[in-house]
Design a protein around this ligand. Structure first.
Ligand SMILES: Nc1ncnc2c1ncn2[C@@H]1O[C@H](COP(=O)(O)OP(=O)(O)OP(=O)(O)O)[C@@H](O)[C@H]1O
Ligand SMILES: [Mg+2]
Length: 342
């Protein structure tokens, strides 16, 4: 991967939304790269901004929102594209598996028609000799038996796991170079989840495509990802290699707590003691504490953490791929001295 230009570069991506409670910043100053062939995981508790970050990368931000920062796809800025321009990228160059397949599928069209629409809206994107055979093979590839029946079905006639697999089939139909998978296995049983993940990893290796895997399931992340971004209250609080994350452990107290709350192979992580829940809750975005957003729950927080964001002092040299981040006045970033970037 070294020396190759990133497929996707995100710089200081910030999303502001006007809500009845006031303006919130659910995605704040996100900066990261995704390299060709890489599987990058984004983890974090519910509400940390994972889905919104993924949607922003495809220009799918909510109404009443304002986006700032840069999204570069193979070096070309895409953050200010028109809807028509975005539509040439969505599905064709970046595929998305939505967290909630039920709401992403059109309820009044059969699955087959929805796949046909993808093909007709991106003519020439993939060579298809026979549409029926193509749709059948797509559905078979994600482990759906009786693909002809599935193609004739409406979304409500399928189970949650079937819909999730249909979404994966649709997102990969045009062979996009980047696939964003938002909790792709939550509706699947363990066997099917393993099969689907194996399929995606196989495709990733064969076609050298990249993936952003959004998941709160660290077991899934451990099996797939090469790098991990940990999000908290809309910010990336740590970037870590997969091997380091799961062997030496991450540096940030929040990432460490997340890891300790992971059941391992059906048993608790005995090495680190019993399974731990992280006390307290993610603070509401309209009422973030003045210092570090994790400070109220952090066993290592001191008075300083509660009032100011500690200065950024990288443990090892910052990657030259990404600019060094500096704490911002509005920030809640827990970059205490000694934390490692990579
Ligand atoms: N359209 C919207 N309007 C207002 N707030 C929103 C909107 N979409 C998301 N949010 C808020 O942004 C924050 C991040 O939401 P997001 O869906 O990205 O979280 P998540 O990390 O994906 O959580 P989960 O693990 O539960 O899927 C949440 O506080 C959510 O309430
Ligand atoms: Mg989500």
């Amino acid at each position: 991967m070294e020396g190759k230009d990133p497929l996707l570069s995100v710089r200081n991506l910030t999303v502001r939304i006007n809500t009845p409670q006031g303006e919130i910043i659910p995605v704040s100053e996100l900066s990261f790269d995704v390299h060709p062939g890489e599987i990058l995981a984004i983890v974090g508790e519910s509400g940390s901004g994972k889905t919104l970050s993924g949607l922003s990368l495809l220009g799918l931000t909510p109404k009443d929102s304002h986006i700032r920062g840069e999204i570069l796809l193979r070096g070309t800025p895409v953050q200010n594209l028109t809807e028509t321009q975005w539509n040439t990228i969505r599905g064709a160059r970046i595929g998305l598996v939505f967290q909630e397949p039920q709401s992403a599928l059109n309820p009044i069209l059969t699955i087959g028609t929805q796949i046909e629409e993808i093909l007709t809206s991106h003519p020439g994107c993939v060579q298809v000799a026979n549409q029926t055979t193509f749709i059948r093979s797509l559905l078979e590839r994600v482990g759906l038996q009786n693909p002809d029946r599935i193609a004739k079905s409406y979304p409500h006639q399928l189970s949650g796991g079937m819909r999730q697999r249909v979404m994966i089939a649709m997102a990969t139909a045009l062979d996009p170079e980047l696939l964003i998978l938002d909790e792709p296995t939550t509706a699947l049983d363990v066997t099917m989840a393993t099969q689907i993940l194996s399929l995606l990893i196989e495709e990733n290796r064969r076609r050298k495509t990249s993936m952003i895997l959004i998941s709160h399931d660290l077991s899934v992340v451990k099996n797939c990802a090469s790098r991990i971004l940990v999000m908290y209250a809309g910010r990336i609080i740590e970037k870590c290699d997969r091997s380091r994350f799961f062997t030496e452990g991450p540096d940030h107290p929040y990432s460490q707590a997340l890891l300790r709350s992971r059941p391992e192979g059906g048993e608790y992580t005995r090495k680190n003691g019993p399974l731990e829940a992280i006390g307290g809750q993610v603070p509401p975005l309209w009422d973030l504490p003045p210092g570090c957003a994790f400070a109220p729950r952090c066993p290592r927080a001191d008075e300083k953490c509660r009032t100011t964001v500690p200065p950024w002092k990288p443990h090892s040299p910052v990657s030259d791929r990404e600019p060094a981040r500096t704490p911002t006045a509005e920030g809640s970033l827990c970059f205490y001295p000694g934390i490692r970037t990579q």
